[in-house]
Design a protein around this ligand. Structure first.
Ligand SMILES: Nc1ncnc2c1ncn2[C@@H]1O[C@H](COP(=O)(O)OP(=O)(O)OP(=O)(O)O)[C@@H](O)[C@H]1O
Length: 260
């Protein structure tokens, strides 16, 4: 891997009022890798993801995207950063009043592209990555949850960013559709050279797509390693997280509920 990371985060802190959510994150994200962020609810994963493209301003610390320190940039200057770093938002965040094609074209029009032929070509290409070319004229309300996620993914990559941030891309999906999304994330990395940063609770996906895994706890990186290292860890907290074990006992021979 090249020495110079694509994203460099140093001593990043973020608080909402008196609530200190991130408490000193140091992180290098390398070009072409798929990094997965794990952590319990409220650990600060989504906040970290929003800080990376400047959607939130950090309380302190620095974020470099290539050579640019972004925490001091204004909205106009951040525009060029967001061309490099696309985001697939939690829940998709599609515009319900726009068709699939219009949703995917939105970042291009926002970015000032006026050439309709270019917009059409790029939208077609993005929709072919997520295998939704036939659905261009549909409205979001007419799509399944999995299709909506794929439209959101097409919108995140339509401006050909170097890096895509995914906030819970598997949430609410059946296991087969979640697997399809994983193949698309892998395809973007392997065949389109993208760097992926994925927040997920889907452990099966972690082992399919991650090159490296971070575990966030109490606003800090509590563990870092490869999926193989995660699988073989003896850390009791991580083991419980991987197996989804809350520590509460289940009866060995469940009895029929009394009200039946
Ligand atoms: N805009 C906000 N204003 C105030 N507090 C916020 C805001 N956004 C997030 N928080 C708080 O920051 C903490 C971290 O939130 P975040 O959404 O990053 O958690 P998460 O690790 O992504 O959790 P989950 O897995 O449940 O999505 C939470 O306690 C949350 O309530």
């Amino acid at each position: 891997m090249p020495d110079e990371p694509f994203i460099r985060v140093r001593n990043l802190k973020h608080r909402f009022g008196s609530h200190e959510v991130l408490r000193g994150i140091n992180l290098d994200i390398h070009r072409g890798e798929t990094l997965v962020l794990l952590g319990g609810s409220g650990a600060g994963k989504s906040v970290l993801l929003k800080l990376l493209p400047g959607l939130l301003k950090p309380t302190s610390g620095t974020i470099h995207i290539e050579d640019t320190e972004i925490s001091c940039l204004n909205e106009r200057q951040l525009g060029s950063i967001r061309k490099k770093v696309g985001m697939m938002f939690q829940g998709g965040a599609l515009f319900d009043s726009m068709s699939v094609g219009q949703n995917v074209a939105f970042p291009l029009r926002e970015g000032g592209i006026r050439d309709e032929n270019e917009i059409t070509t790029r939208v077609d290409r993005a929709l072919s990555i997520v295998r939704l070319n036939e659905q261009q004229n549909k409205m979001p309300a007419d799509l399944s949850g999995g299709m909506r996620k794929r439209v959101a993914l097409a919108r995140a990559v339509v401006d050909r960013p170097a890096c895509v941030l995914y906030d819970e891309p598997h949430a609410g999906l059946d296991p087969i559709t979640a697997d399809t999304i994983d193949h698309m994330i892998r395809d973007l990395q392997h065949n389109h050279g993208m760097t992926n940063v994925v927040v997920t609770h889907e452990m099966r996906s972690v082992f399919h797509i991650a090159d490296r895994v971070l575990f966030l706890k109490d606003g800090q990186i509590a563990w870092e390693g490869s999926p193989a290292e995660l699988q073989s860890t003896s850390d009791p907290e991580l083991r419980a997280f991987i197996s989804g074990d809350s520590g509460e006992a289940w009866p060995e021979n469940p009895v029929t509920p009394a009200h039946r």
